[in-house]
Design a protein around this ligand. Structure first.
Ligand code: WTA
Length: 631
């Protein structure tokens, strides 16, 4: 029996779960009425498995629902309390945001952006990032935000796939006191792309940049436009954005989210999970370049007219007290962060957070990876002072919003450190075996989602077939999440990590295939396999095994350096392995499949278990020796 924490906010809406269970379609139909629609929908769900259309016939706009609807009552209420890494700060009220978004929507129009066009956004965590996204949404353009830590080669693939007409970037961004030259990265990424008509450059870091005929400065453009632009009345299923994420193949997948269903999912989960009140100050530490930032920094808080803190920089800059300083300064009441960040804070002890006034906090959350129970307890005691419920929210880029979480805004249930608890109302989730049969309680299996849900991805951009195979082919008519999980005797879910070749490093998704194809693109390399091994702070870190081509004499230290550089240049620093091991061969099954499980065990110093399917056992002994010698 795991430990239970009886803490809650006293909310208890039992009917909502009952209604959701009896008919999930009417349940979501009711939830969609929380949004403002230009015209009502005719059908709640068209389900042509595995393609869903939610609220068919309804007309809606995401920018209208996050801005226009608040103007009467909240135009002076702060929407974004922005904290720059270098100590700059700025407040954007709902009125300010409304004006800036309309102006920027007019800028996009003046550059020829039309409904359905794609716009790539590569910006640091500055208010202009949500402004650009909401401006796209306002005119029906599809934004595709790329995390500002990705390299030119990664960006190039993504822009090529989405065929964006416009790219929005900054001269530079601040990261741990240094300037990251974002404009330079974009220049490199788009040099062969005729289809990119213009690059809009925000001057943030004021570093020197080269200006070409395609480039336009944000401030110049904003001076020449009016501050009024009506929101387009868009179909509910009109695409809102593409967000690229790593999968099991070498190419990132363009996850496509539509408007009406996605916003419904966000509106409801934000209320249920965070119990949001008008007086709250919400702070989600995610970068907008990832899905958590899209859903729970940009869309959900603004749909609710909430006030939130947005922080530009690294959580440990200039030192380990930065987060707690921000919580104290802005009197944050709801704090949503990652287990990786918490493990790092915990390592530096209680004294740092204890020297700040964190009494404004009333609810805590985590996302992105499993949280170790001891970290959960630290978060609960040291940060929440044993008075704040913790929500552990399981979801994915593909699900759009939370799918498993305790919901203090809805009900009070006992919390168990390390478990996400129950699925949200209106979704049905199971743990099944290889054949799709539900496994008994406390047995490891695959996590599947049984019904369509409103926040679900529409498809993969330009690749309906891949959408079907990746998510809907392993189990017919059920969504395969790619995670291992256990459901316990109380029906609580425990997520055990990825079941496929996707790595979670410090909460970020990295595809093994993407990384391996980058390594083998080095001329000296014949083969490579990467895997994740446990790390005290990051959850997992990457180790890479590399087999060189016959007769390669290049010095291994030089080669190792070249591979590290290549990975940083082609993917980004987040994909850098902790170790690279040069090995004579990789352990494979007789049918030629690399046994990553064995590599993971060797890398973590564990016993290697069953090797009966292995083609050549000597490969393992040699790799073990190499790993031992290097550590
Ligand atoms: C993992 C992030 C355990 C999981 C929102 C999932 C989690 C992947 C949790 C999606 C959690 C997310 N507990 N694991 N609370 N939340 N995950 O697309 O493996 O970046 O499949 O979305 O993160 O990662 P993504």
């Amino acid at each position: 029996m795991s430990e239970k924490y009886e803490i809650g906010l006293g909310n208890n809406d039992v009917d909502i779960r009952k209604n959701a269970q009896s008919d999930f379609i009417s349940f979501w139909d009711k939830q969609a009425h929380n949004l403002t629609w230009f015209s009502p929908w005719e059908r709640t769900l068209d389900w042509n498995s595995p393609f869903a259309k939610w609220f068919v016939g309804g007309k809606i706009n995401a920018s209208y629902n996050t801005l226009d609807i608040h103007q009467k009552t909240k135009s002076n209420k702060p929407a974004i309390l922005w904290e720059g890494e270098n100590g700059d700060s700025k407040i954007y009220t709902y009125g300010d945001l409304f004006k800036e978004v309309q102006k920027f929507a007019n800028v996009l129009k003046s550059l020829g952006v039309e409904k359905g066009d794609r716009v790539t956004i590569y910006l640091p965590m500055v208010p202009e990032l949500p402004i650009a996204m909401l401006a796209c949404a306002r005119i029906g353009a599809i934004h595709t935000v790329i995390f500002s830590g990705f390299s030119a080669a990664s960006i190039k693939d993504r822009i090529d796939d989405s065929k964006s007409k416009i790219v929005i970037t900054a001269d530079g961004g601040f990261r741990r006191g240094k300037i990251v030259k974002l404009k330079e990265v974009i220049d490199d990424a788009i040099k062969d792309f005729e289809f990119v008509k213009n690059v809009i450059v925000l001057e943030r870091a004021k570093n020197e940049i080269t200006i070409s005929s395609k480039d336009k400065l944000w401030t110049d453009l904003m001076q020449c436009v009016s501050d009024s632009c009506d929101a387009e009345k868009l179909d509910s299923e009109h695409p809102l954005y593409i967000l690229y994420t790593s999968g099991t193949t070498g190419k990132p997948k363009g996850v496509l989210h539509e408007t009406g269903g996605y916003l419904t999912h966000l509106h409801s989960t934000f209320q249920w999970a965070f119990d949001i009140k008008d007086s709250d100050v919400f702070f989600c530490t995610a970068d907008i370049g990832w899905v958590t930032g899209h859903s729970y920094v940009v869309y959900a808080p603004l749909l609710h007219g909430a006030t939130q803190v947005m922080y530009e920089g690294a959580p440990d800059f200039p030192d380990m007290s930065r987060m707690w300083q921000i919580l104290q300064k802005y009197k944050v009441s709801i704090f949503y962060t990652t287990p990786t960040a918490l493990r790092m804070f915990m390592k530096f002890g209680d004294q740092i957070p204890n020297s700040f006034d964190l009494s404004s906090l009333r609810l805590l959350g985590t996302v992105g990876e499993p949280i170790n129970p001891e970290v959960w307890k630290w978060y609960y005691k040291v940060i929440g002072k044993e008075k704040c419920p913790i929500i552990d929210t399981w979801w994915q880029t593909e699900t759009g919003g939370m799918m498993i979480s305790s919901l203090p805004g809805l009900e009070t249930i006992p919390l168990k450190p390390g478990s996400g608890t129950l699925p949200i109302p209106g979704v049905e989730i199971s743990v099944v075996d290889e054949f799709g049969t539900e496994v008994p309680p406390n047995t490891k299996g695959y996590l599947i989602i049984q019904n369509p849900w409103p926040g679900m991805l529409q498809t993969l951009w330009g690749d309906d077939e891949k959408y079907k195979t990746v998510y809907w082919s392993k189990y017919s008519d059920c969504y395969y999440a790619g995670d291992y999980a256990v459901k316990d005797e109380d029906g609580y879910f425990w997520i055990l990590g990825r079941a496929d070749d996707v790595l979670k490093i410090a909460g970020h998704r990295i595809g093994t295939a993407e990384l391996e194809s980058c390594i083998v693109s080095n001329d000296d390399v014949a083969e490579s396999a990467v895997c994740g091994i446990p790390d005290e702070i990051k959850g997992d870190v990457i180790i890479a095994f590399v087999v060189l081509k016959e007769g390669i004499l290049t010095d291994r230290t030089i080669l190792e350096k070249a591979l590290f550089n290549k990975i940083r240049n082609d993917i980004g620093a987040i994909a850098t392995p902790k170790e690279i091991y040069f090995v004579p061969k990789l352990p494979k099954t007789r049918s030629g499949k690399i046994m990553r499980r064995l590599l993971k065990s060797i890398g973590s110093g564990n016993t290697i278990g069953d090797t009966s399917t292995l083609d050549d056992v000597s490969a393992v002994t040699e790799i073990q020796k190499i790993v031992e010698n290097k550590s």
